[in-house]
Design a binder for this molecule. Structure first.
Ligand code: AMP
Length: 204
């Protein structure tokens, strides 16, 4: 299965997509994690200049990095995209690349949450993970970037009939339950590209 997660910073995309990967047994691709993992390379240092300011890393950098990842054999089994695509250009490029591979997206999950709550979640996470891009100064910028550059993707995917919106303001277990139900419904509605694990969901 190929699933995109979209939501404002702090909405729980990383947490929920990692839980879903245990259920579906398909790899998880977080562009934020990939970029942070490259911090010792010239590309990583270039990317950090944008990330530390709460700006998006330029599309060509992100697209070539994702292209390299998708060429890895693990991704033949499907993928859960977390934090990618984040711009219309990235979405179109992903569509083209998946079309060439003959494996279009199965669904797009929007995690919707209110901003005041998100800001407090991000400040808590900043403390816990010591992330340089989660300072109070960059949070406002990242929200603004989400609205301006990423939120238009919701209409883009809604028009393709791919979008499912989940209320991310519930407890994490309830959010996961809603995601799992939406995924199961999607699996029953249309052929997906890969079989999923028949095993039980992992414990909360
Ligand atoms: P995340 O871990 O998804 O919150 O991403 C952290 C930061 O990495 C973002 O604020 C961006 O600076 C950068 N980033 C991650 N994914 C992308 C993307 N798809 N396009 C551009 N920048 C990204």
């Amino acid at each position: 299965m190929l699933i995109v997660f979209i939501g404002p910073p702090g909405a729980g995309k990383g947490t929920q997509s990692k839980r879903l990967l245990e259920y579906l047994q398909i790899p998880h691709l977080s562009t934020g994690e990939l970029l942070r993992g490259k911090h010792n390379s010239p590309l990583g240092r270039l990317a950090a200049q944008y990330m530390d300011k709460g700006q998006l890393v330029p599309d060509p950098i992100v697209l070539s990095m994702v292209g390299e990842e998708l060429d890895k054999p693990a991704f033949n089994r499907g993928c859960m995209f977390d934090g990618f695509p984040r711009t219309i250009q990235q979405a179109k490029s992903l569509d083209d690349s998946l079309k060439q591979r003959g494996t279009p997206l199965d669904m797009v999950i929007e995690l919707r949450a209110d901003e005041a709550e998100l800001v407090s979640r991000m400040l808590r996470r900043a403390k816990a993970e010591n992330r340089p891009d989660d300072t109070p100064e960059t949070i406002g910028r990242r929200m603004e970037v989400y609205h301006r550059q990423t939120a238009p993707l919701l209409d883009y995917y809604r028009a393709q009939g791919l979008l499912t919106t989940i209320n991310a303001m519930c407890p994490a277990d309830d959010v996961f339950q809603a995601i799992r139900e939406a995924v199961d419904k999607k699996k029953s509605e249309r052929p997906v590209h890969l079989a999923v694990s028949a095993g039980p969901a992992s414990p909360a």
